[in-house]
Design a binder for this molecule. Sequence first.
Ligand SMILES: Cc1cc2nc3c(=O)[nH]c(=O)nc-3n(C[C@H](O)[C@H](O)[C@H](O)COP(=O)(O)O)c2cc1C
Ligand SMILES: Nc1ncnc2c1ncn2[C@@H]1O[C@H](COP(=O)(O)OP(=O)(O)OP(=O)(O)O)[C@@H](O)[C@H]1O
Length: 142
Amino acid sequence: MRRVIAQGTFDILHPGHVHYLSDAKAMGDELHVIIARRENVTHKPKPILDDRQRRDMVAALDVVDEAHLGHPEDIFVPIEEIDPSVIVLGYDQHHDEAALKDALTERGIDCEVARATPRDKTYDDELLSTGRIIDRIIDRRC
Ligand SMILES: Cc1cc2nc3c(=O)[nH]c(=O)nc-3n(C[C@H](O)[C@H](O)[C@H](O)COP(=O)(O)O)c2cc1C
Ligand SMILES: Nc1ncnc2c1ncn2[C@@H]1O[C@H](COP(=O)(O)OP(=O)(O)OP(=O)(O)O)[C@@H](O)[C@H]1O
C-alpha cells in the first residue's frame, strides 16, 4: 500500500486543484491531503473560506481518500502520522524538493518527494487559479 500526501490551501476549488490531486493519486494507492491552516498561509493573501470548509470540500472529491487539517505549528506531525511513501508538491509550489527531502531525513522520515504536472486550459474562459476567480468576482460584482 503506497500512501501519497498532497497539500495546499485549496480555497475555492477549481479544475487545477482536481488535476493536482489526480496526478498525486496516480503516484500511489491512497491519497491523503493536508489542508494549510489559515494562520500558516503567509506567502499570499489569507484564504476566504474557513479551514474546516476547505477540508470538507477536498474530502468530498472522489480522488481523495482522507483530508486532514494541517498542524498549527509543526508540518512534520501529520506526515509522521500518515507515514507516506511519497509527498507530491504542486507544480508551482514554492517549496524546494531537495530542502524538503533533507528536512524529512533529519526528522527520521523516509519518503520520496515528487512534483505534479500543470494543467493547461481546455477552453478559453477556464479559470485555473483561486486568485483569478476572486479577481473576476471583484470585477463583475463590485
Ligand atoms: C510537506 C508539507 C506539509 C505541510 N503541512 C502543513 C501543515 O501541517 N499545516 C499547515 O498549516 N501547513 C502545512 N504546509 C504548508 C502549506 O501547505 C503551504 O503554505 C503551501 O505552500 C500552500 O500551498 P498553495 O500556495 O499551493 O496553496 C505543508 C507544506 C508542505 C510542503
Ligand atoms: N492549473 C493548475 N494546474 C495544476 N495544479 C494546480 C493548478 N492550479 C493550482 N494547482 C495546484 O493546486 C494546489 C493548491 O493550489 P492553491 O490553493 O494555491 O490554488 P491556486 O488556485 O494556485 O491559488 P492562487 O491563485 O491564490 O495562487 C497547488 O499545489 C497548485 O500547484
